[in-house]
Design a protein around this ligand. Structure first.
Ligand code: FEO
Length: 175
């Protein structure tokens, strides 16, 4: 049976994964309307991925004798004027989620909840991969600056990057 302190922290994490999912959805929509098709496709997929992270927590809490709570949906105000600003928000969001996951790890060790600690390790690895990926994309965008051709190339690249990550994950699971 999961402790109330851990259950609450996991429910808070659900809200953060949901917020990340909606932030990416809002940014995908912004990209969609600005002609950044590849970036939009990437962010729509990323939004789905964050929802999957949220659902994983739902099942874990309920299977552990707790009660997973659907979080409040807050309006996302996306005020960005270029692709760099959009991906700076993405990267910032990922670093905040990582911080939150790290605090969960700390809580699990404090509470001696090694089952949840084991479960949460997946998020530790996932956050590392996501931070690396978002930083790499942001670096590329910063590199080209306002150059239209460069931004177009990056947008094309983003059409493929999630597929590569999914293939790598599938390959890792088979190994
Ligand atoms: Fe599930 Fe990248 O936060």
């Amino acid at each position: 049976m999961i402790k109330k302190t851990v259950e609450k922290a996991l429910n808070d994490q659900i809200a953060k994964e949901a917020a990340a999912s909606f932030l990416y959805l809002a940014l995908a929509s912004w990209c969609d309307t600005k002609g950044f098709e590849g970036s939009a496709a990437f962010l729509y997929q990323q939004s789905d991925e964050e929802r999957m992270h949220m659902l994983k927590l739902f099942h874990f809490i309920n299977n552990s004798g707790g009660n997973a709570i659907a979080p409040e949906v807050k309006k996302v105000n996306v005020k960005v004027s270029n692709l760099a600003e959009a991906f700076r928000l993405v990267y910032k969001s990922e670093t905040e989620v990582t911080q939150s996951v790290n605090e969960l790890v700390f809580l699990c060790t404090q509470e001696k909840d090694y089952t949840t600690l084991n479960f949460i390790q997946w998020y530790v690895s996932e956050q590392y991969e996501e931070e690396v990926m978002m930083k790499s994309i942001l670096d590329k965008i910063d590199l080209v600056g306002d150059d239209g051709k460069g931004l177009f190339m990056i947008d094309q690249y983003l059409k493929t990057v999630r597929k590569e990550a999914a293939d790598a994950e599938a390959g890792g699971e088979q190994a």
